[in-house]
Design a protein around this ligand. Structure first.
Ligand code: BES
Ligand code: ZN
Length: 458
């Protein structure tokens, strides 16, 4: 282990340069204009993995390519599948970035760039750890497979889901445990093992009214303004107590057990600090639940963007003929996506005022997931984290979604380990995304430790 560790520490400069090179590729999956950049990011990864001597390939799909690589088979040993996503969120709004999103820059111990924490930096820690492990574990006692995709941030991993439908492909990915670093630590120096993620349903709603924009003096008061219709409909989805107003949405939600409530209560969560960091004196959420319960264990509704009418300089007195909004719901384990989608549609139709039409476009979705805490992999990961971070990890659920994780677990019959190296204030999906250099290094060391601990069993 010592040699692996020493090697990792001696290679930090080169690892950082490689990380920067990867961050410079603007692999934004939501916007088709970056299609070539996604292909470039995939081939960059394939090349990097094959330069390390791993058997690597790019797998074409109907969407963005998958990148797969593996180290040699270890008869009788464990197999780990490292999953990550090389696609990133759109960098907008660009004017709020202190330095350009695709020109990685170091400031106060952090790398600033789109994709730094979500997820390029996080999954590269495993690539670098495996490089070190393969060089120094003689002979390697664990086989490592890598699977990287480019659709996590936009359409919820459609191509990878399709890929998993074939038995031959599932055989190729067969493993004992899937390791994912695409979440966060519990605090600056507090590592976490994540045992649950929320699911998601994303939509776009289009409202249309008259067949053209109208003068708001000439026509105001005679037609239903599509912007007002949209606002009324959206506000009909949630009340002032933060309760979602979609029929049956809470029916299948598991009650938080007393034991889990106690566990959550014990976590070193500083609520004031949590809100202070995002510039708020107080939060808001579903009545009767704590902030952590709201974040991790309850379904929620959010508007992600609204488009309507004139948004240029000055004012323009117009009744726009259309209005639209992108919105999403977070789901928790046990809620069924199809049932919730149907009830959302029904509710919106109920809320639709006269004189306008609606079209609801369902974008993508995935159910919530939760995994048991008593697996031997969790034990090993806890030891690895404690050795590197100097503190035992806490067990946490998280509010974000990684749509493919539950599928990988179920279709491959493997355990999952969600080991996040990010921080809550890493600005993921926002301007000035960052990733701590210290956690970049600690992630590599913890990953290498884990491989050694898993190999020690053989
Ligand atoms: N890394 C995040 C998921 C995440 C965020 C986990 C915070 C834990 C804490 C992931 O890349 C992500 O953003 N997923 C999307 C999925 C969606 C677009 C299908 C999400 O959660 O919005
Ligand atoms: Zn993300």
């Amino acid at each position: 282990m010592q040699n692996t560790e020493k090697y990792i520490l001696s290679q930090q400069e080169r690892y950082l340069e490689t990380f920067f090179e990867f961050l410079r590729i603007p692999s934004v999956s939501a916007d088709p204009k970056y299609k070539q950049d996604l292909a470039d990011a995939a081939s960059w990864l394939e090349k990097h993995l094959s330069d390390l001597g791993f058997q690597a390939e790019t797998i074409a799909t109907k969407g963005n390519p998958l990148v797969y690589a593996q180290t040699p088979v270890v008869p009788g040993g464990k197999t780990i599948l490292v999953y990550g996503h090389y696609d990133v969120q759109p960098p907008d709004p660009l004017n709020l970035w202190k330095t350009p999103p695709f020109e990685p820059t170091i400031r106060d111990g952090n790398v600033y760039a789109r994709g730094a924490t979500d997820d390029k930096g996080q999954f590269l820690t495993h690539v670098f750890a495996v490089e070190a492990y393969m060089k120094h574990a003689n002979p390697p006692k664990v086989q490592i497979k890598f699977l990287f995709e480019g659709e996590e941030e936009s359409i919820g991993s459609v191509s990878l889901t399709e890929y998993l439908e074939s038995e031959e492909n599932r055989k190729k990915l067969a493993c004992d445990c899937v390791v994912v670093s695409d979440s966060s630590m519990f605090g600056e120096n507090q590592p976490a093992i994540t045992y649950g993620l929320r699911g998601i349903l994303a939509f776009e709603l289009f409202i249309t009214g008259p067949n053209r924009d109208l003068h708001s003096g000439d026509f105001g008061g005679t037609v239903f303004n599509p912007g007002i219709a949209l606002m009324k409909m959206l506000s009909g989805l949630i009340d002032e107590n933060g309760t979602i107003l979609v029929p049956h949405i809470y029916d299948d939600v598991c009650e938080i057990t007393d034991q889990e409530k106690t566990e959550l209560q014990k976590l070193p969560f500083n609520e004031r600090e949590f809100f202070r960091k995002i510039g708020l004196d107080e939060g808001f959420g579903e009545k009767g639940f704590t902030t952590l319960q709201r974040r991790w264990c309850r379904p929620t509704f959010d508007i992600n963007g609204i488009t309507c009418g004139y948004q240029g300089e000055g004012s323009k007195t117009v009744i726009p003929n259309t209005a639209s909004a992108k919105f999403s719901f977070r789901l928790v384990p046990n809620q069924r996506t199809e049932k919730v989608i149907e009830n959302i549609r029904k509710r919106l139709l109920e809320l639709l005022p006269p004189g306008v039409q609606m079209r609801l476009k369902y974008e993508h979705g995935a159910p919530g997931m939760r995994s048991p805490l008593d697996s031997p992999y969790i034990q090993k990961a806890a030891t690895a984290l404690e050795n590197v971070f100097g503190t035992p990890p806490v067990f946490a659920r998280q509010g974000g979604s990684i749509p493919i994780v539950a599928e990988l677990r179920d279709k491959l019959g493997a355990e999952v380990l969600l080991l996040g190296w990010g921080q809550d204030d890493d600005n993921l999906h926002a301007p000035n995304e960052k990733f701590s250099l210290l956690n970049f290094q600690r992630g590599m060391l913890a990953s290498a430790q884990l491989l050694h601990l898993l190999g020690a069993e053989k």
